[in-house]
Design a protein around this ligand. Sequence first.
Ligand SMILES: Nc1ncnc2c1ncn2[C@@H]1O[C@H](COP(=O)(O)OP(=O)(O)OP(=O)(O)O)[C@@H](O)[C@H]1O
Ligand SMILES: [Mg+2]
Length: 75
Amino acid sequence: MDKLITLDHVSKHFHVGKGRTLVAVNDISLDIYKGETLGVVGESGCGKSTLGRVVMGIYPATKGKILYNGKEVNM
Ligand SMILES: Nc1ncnc2c1ncn2[C@@H]1O[C@H](COP(=O)(O)OP(=O)(O)OP(=O)(O)O)[C@@H](O)[C@H]1O
Ligand SMILES: [Mg+2]
């Protein structure tokens, strides 16, 4: 099967004032193949929605690469 989405060491940090950084998503690597569904489970605030927003391009990733159909989409 073909890979549809690849995350390669993806992180998202938010600057939350006074020089502080909140690490919302920390070093996620995964592949989603065509026809596959991925569920993300975890406690409130662990970064599920932020991860989805980074994959959709709503937030730029702070680190790492996102590929869609083999092409990098977060440049
Ligand atoms: N735009 C933002 N600016 C600053 N911090 C944010 C922002 N969005 C999310 N966060 C913080 O990032 C962390 C992850 O939040 P996120 O909303 O991704 O969690 P979640 O797993 O979706 O939680 P829930 O299960 O409650 O929906 C939290 O500490 C949250 O406060
Ligand atoms: Mg959420």
